[in-house]
Design a protein around this ligand. Structure first.
Ligand SMILES: Nc1ncnc2c1ncn2[C@@H]1O[C@H](COP(=O)(O)OP(=O)(O)O)[C@@H](O)[C@H]1O
Ligand SMILES: N[C@@H](CCOP(=O)(O)O)C(=O)O
Length: 323
């Protein structure tokens, strides 16, 4: 359960008094997620609906970036993408504070977060990602990728001396990959605002249809093809990273390409971008594995699940994976 900051019923009720959401009737911490504290909030008698997500922004979210995220969500929603907007209070303010943390009340979207997506669902996710990339073409917000190549050395350095508690082979794998990617990371690819964390748990689905894309708190400007590589690394393996699902992979790539054609340079770069994505999530999970506070209500995610993906993508026999 991801709740790092505890909120009392009195605090929550007081917070909601500034909105047209009606009276608080229940709230509870949400089990999924690892980054922020999220609560499902129910109200009655309000004008703005009766079910909401209240997010308190934690460790990796810079409060200065919240206006970028909120403007992006507004922009995407205005262009027909199913994303949750932040609700404004009666003074028109979206970004507030609760329990000493930056806080936003977010529209609740229906749908289920998947754990084992089918090819049809992966195809729908690929289509939704491509539609999002089209929709941001005229969004002029800017935010560099705080979890991009430049940050990976620093993140690895912060795990120094502690790799052994995760896996004896991990340090050598990370060192080798950092050196390889520093030399081979593709340059000059088309840039876009990207989601950068489009895991199955961040795509809400009703049957085989996408009902919402959520959790834009790593979104940034970076190579557009890197977003597809992140999504590929997240969707096309069993959760422990031991099994690759070629049917899900084909469907995801077809769904994306049916809506947005990548350039030949982008397609050629995908194997290295996928290695980068696998390394990025290995590193953030390793850092969290070592540093998660013991009193946080959170289930840590296994870094080795992405180390295994990294080994898969680095295998020369997989070079043809992306066409
Ligand atoms: N707008 C939303 N509508 C419905 N459910 C949501 C919404 N935002 C988050 N959730 C639920 O909360 C969970 C955790 O949210 P998420 O944004 O992934 O957390 P974190 O910021 O910790 O990564 C999601 O898996 C989903 O079940
Ligand atoms: N997707 C990342 C971690 C970010 O957390 P999420 O709950 O927003 O998906 C991972 O799985 O390591």
């Amino acid at each position: 359960m991801a709740v790092y900051t505890h909120v009392s019923a009195e605090m929550m009720a007081r917070f909601l008094r500034d909105y047209d959401t009606g009276e608080l009737i229940s709230f509870k911490g949400i089990a999924e997620g690892v980054e922020n504290s999220n609560f499902l909030v129910e109200t009655r008698g309000g004008k703005d609906g009766h079910r909401f997500i209240l997010t308190l922004y934690e460790k990796r979210v810079d409060p200065g970036d919240l206006p970028f995220f909120m403007a992006l969500l507004d922009h995407l929603a205005e262009r027909g993408c199913r994303v949750p907007r932040a609700i404004a209070d009666r003074n028109g303010v979206q970004i507030r504070e609760l329990a000493g943390r930056p806080a936003c009340l977010i529209e609740f979207l229906e749908g289920i977060s998947l754990t084992s997506p089918s090819p049809a669902q992966a195809r729908a996710a690929g289509e939704a990602l491509a539609r999002m990339h089209h929709a941001v073409a005229d969004f002029d917000g800017a935010r560099p990728n705080s979890m991009g190549l430049a940050s990976w050395h620093e993140l690895a350095g912060r795990c120094d001396g502690q790799w052994q508690q995760i896996d004896p082979a991990l340090e050598a794998l990370v060192e080798g990959e950092l050196a390889f990617l520093a030399e081979h990371w593709p340059q000059n690819l088309p840039q876009s605002v990207i989601h950068a964390d489009l895991f199955p748990d961040n795509v809400l689905m009703l049957g085989d249809s996408v009902s919402g894309l959520i959790d834009f708190y790593f979104s940034c400007r970076d190579a557009r093809a890197y977003d597809l590589a992140v999504t590929h690394s997240a969707w096309c393996f069993s959760p422990d990273g031991r099994q690759f699902d070629s049917a899900v992979s084909d469907a995801l790539l077809q769904g994306y390409h049916a809506n947005l054609k990548l350039t030949p340079q982008e397609i050629a770069a995908l194997p290295i971008l996928a290695r980068g994505s696998a390394l990025r999530f290995t590193l953030s999970r390793a850092y969290d594995w070592i540093n998660t506070p013991p009193d946080a209500l959170v289930t840590r995610k296994d870094p080795m699940a992405f180390a295994r993906r990294l080994i898969f993508y680095a295998d020369p026999a997989k070079a043809g994976l992306f066409g």
